[in-house]
Design a protein around this ligand. Structure first.
Ligand SMILES: [Cu+2]
Length: 686
């Protein structure tokens, strides 16, 4: 059996990750623009966050996922869109940054976790589709997206670096550098990113309220006294401001401060293959208002100059042991914890009562502690099984003494004030992978997870019968994932399909009529409620080397879902989408074409959705053509350029936020996507 182990490890990134080995970034810059990220292993997609990509090189953690089939971004303005995979957004999709689950502070969801991610500062993005991993915190039903930085002990003193700059239409300006160096024992790393863009225009030349500016700095100091031991202290600072086309406020501060300590040791003898531990603290301070980035206009909701300043302090840690108990079995066991405290202060009249003079009032606290065990076992040279189990203990407290009701700052006593709730929730998966002689792999897995409602579900909306939704039930997803991978000669193919049953799916529904309370009549409220639902769909991609220099790519994604409780379509699901790519590559350069075709969506449930947004109505089909070219005159330098939406088509994604009236801008049904967008990117590595 011992001889199977190398094969087994080579067979899956999963196994590589379990054994603690890090993959390093490629040393040469490939002259290719990524339009479709490929699935290399069952349910795993790995992508290089620094690669030239189309649509335009990403500036936040959501945009970078757009070229992975199945992902979409819910647009709000120029930045900070919410990533969605297979129609699941918000906390259904885990975003893990170097082992930490990042949580935003904005009750209006201006800052999804990806708003605090600056892709150029990371070495690798790994997506695990479906509830098929238990090691990265509570199991997310849609899957987990991990942003990671590598560490490799130096053989000799030295340094390396990466620098990138992007120029684009609408005054797009991005720049980043990442320097690392030191000796075998000590290494330092510093990475800085900057991105900004002016308001963009849609295809018909209408300006969209969408300008943004963002920056980040990350520093790390690592001590590695031996080949198998590593301790690293890290710190990050970032901030930004962003205009929103879909609401009455803009974000003028997205301040994040982060510190972390990591330890890893790989003993050379004994049954413990590696031990890893980390601890972190994360503080997010966010300010939004209705006057800094737009002309102040009094409304019924906000008659005065209004500012809200939520903040969130998160701390946590994890410890994990990789055990080598039996040949061909890889077992990981561990424990993780996260606590967070959310507070807010606000003013409805900034001139008379500045928000900085108001007290910060606690909103809610969450505590989660989980234990997990995950195993991989090679049954034979061509058959592997994977399985995992975890249990999470949750505790949440509602600290609001009052809740806001209706318009103009009216409040009422919070019916769940100081209520504490606790739950113990399971997560589990099992998967079988079988290699076939033809160079292909078949896999089937089943996963189950019970998700504790998040801050946005418990604290922001009302329930159907109360002014507080704090007593929502957890959401339970059981999902089957299966598929086929084939790599044979000029062909590579991947198919992954899923079907799930979701009990107590947490639905956010707006415009629900509720009694007015003080006066007769009704008011419209946004409520959270549990329904039963199912969804199914998948991704298919095919790459084919047509001739020595030509490569064709095709991908198709589909998802369909039903709200069984209301006998409606499940809301906020993207329509059928296809992408066709053609690339010509020759030694140091390449040129490519991407044609993205999206079907109409007529399966909708108006006013129903998730914490990001709700269905606005049906949407028409559209298609977008983009072109790109890339040239790498040396191994260290790459220049790439592209034109996205070459034909300047006016369109919006089906799953998008609705347009809001902003003084000086034309209101649209959805937030329209950018029109023709030309970009030039230069990367340098040494
Ligand atoms: Cu906000």
């Amino acid at each position: 059996m011992k001889s199977l182990l190398p094969h087994f490890i080579a067979a899956g990134v999963f196994a590589a990750a379990l054994s603690g080995s890090a993959q390093t970034a490629p040393l040469t810059l490939e002259p290719v623009v990524t339009t479709t990220a490929r699935t290399q292993d069952p349910l795993v997609v790995i992508t290089d966050p620094r690669a030239a990509a189309q649509p335009a090189p990403a500036h936040d953690g959501a945009d970078i996922l757009k070229n992975i089939p199945g992902f979409a971004v819910i647009r709000k303005g120029g930045t900070d869109g919410d990533p969605m995979f297979r129609g699941m957004a918000g906390s259904r999709l885990g975003i893990i940054v170097e082992g930490e689950e990042v949580l935003g502070g904005c009750g209006m969801r201006m800052d999804p976790p990806t708003a605090y991610i600056f892709p150029a500062a990371y070495d690798r993005i790994t997506v695990i589709k479906g509830p098929q991993a238990v090691r990265y915190g509570p199991v997310s039903p849609a899957g987990a997206v991990r942003f990671e930085r590598d560490f490799e002990r130096r053989k000799e003193p030295g340094s390396s670096g990466f620098a990138t700059a992007t120029l684009g239409s609408f005054e797009r300006r991005d720049g980043a550098f990442d320097l690392r160096g030191g000796t075998a024992d000590w290494q330092g790393r510093i990475a800085t990113t900057y991105a900004s863009m002016d308001d963009y225009e849609d295809g018909s030349g209408q300006t969209v309220h969408s300008a943004y500016e963002r920056w980040s700095t990350h520093a790390a100091l690592a001590w590695s006294p031996a080949d198998h031991t590593f301790v690293e202290l890290t710190g990050s600072l970032s901030d930004g401001e962003a205009a929103y086309a879909d609401r009455m406020m803009d974000g003028r501060r997205f301040d994040r401060q982060n510190a972390g300590l990591r330890f890893r040791h790989q003993p050379t003898v004994g049954r413990v293959r590696s031990i890893e531990a980390q601890a972190y603290v994360n503080a997010v301070d966010h300010v939004m208002d209705n006057f800094s980035l737009r002309t102040f206009t009094p409304t019924m909701m906000m008659p005065g100059m209004t500012v809200a300043n939520p903040d969130r302090l998160t701390y946590g840690g994890r410890i994990e042991l990789d055990l080598d108990l039996v040949d061909a079995l890889d077992l990981d066991v561990g424990l993780d914890h996260q606590s967070d405290q959310h507070r807010i202060r606000r003013t409805m009249n900034q001139a008379a009562m500045p928000f900085t003079a108001m007290p910060r009032s606690p909103n809610a606290t969450f505590h989660q502690t989980g234990v997990f065990a995950e195993a991989a076992y090679a049954i034979s040279h061509d058959r592997r099984i994977f399985g995992g189990l975890r249990a999470d203990s949750w505790r949440a407290r509602d600290q609001r003494s009052v809740v806001r009701v209706g318009m103009g700052g009216n409040t009422a006593p919070n019916p769940t004030a100081q209520t504490q709730r606790t739950e113990v929730l399971p997560g589990a998966f099992f998967r079988l992978e079988q290699d076939l002689p033809s160079g292909s792999t078949l896999f089937i897995g089943v996963g189950h997870t019970e998700r504790f409602p998040d801050y946005w579900e418990l604290v922001a909306p009302e329930s159907a019968t109360s002014l507080s939704a704090f007593q929502l039930d957890p959401e339970a997803t059981t999902q089957v994932d299966m598929g086929w991978l084939l790599q044979s000669g000029p062909l590579d193919l991947s198919l992954s399909v899923f079907a799930n049953q979701i009990d107590d799916y947490i639905l956010i529904q707006r415009n629900t009529l509720k009694p007015h309370g003080m006066a007769d009549g009704f008011r419209k409220a946004t409520i959270a409620r549990n329904i039963d639902a199912y969804s199914l769909g998948g991704e298919f991609s095919l790459g084919y080397r047509l001739a020595e220099n030509w490569r064709g790519d095709l991908s198709l994604t589909a998802v369909r879902g039903t709200n069984e409780t209301d006998d409606l379509s499940l809301a906020q699901l993207p329509p059928l989408e296809g992408r066709l790519g053609l690339t010509y590559e020759k030694s140091s350069w390449s040129t490519g074409l991407l044609w993205r075709i999206v079907a109409a969506q007529d399966r909708v449930a108006i006013d129903q959705g998730n914490i990001v947004g709700q269905d606005l109505g049906t949407s028409p089909a559209f298609d977008v053509v983009s072109i790109n070219a890339s040239w790498a005159p040396t191994e260290r330098l790459r220049i790439s350029a592209g034109i996205d939406n070459l034909l300047d088509v006016t369109y919006a994604e089906h799953v998008s936020r609705g347009g809001s009236p902003v003084a000086g801008f034309i209101q649209t049904t959805r937030v329209n996507e950018p029109g023709r967008f030309a970009w030039l990117k230069c990367d340098y590595q040494y």
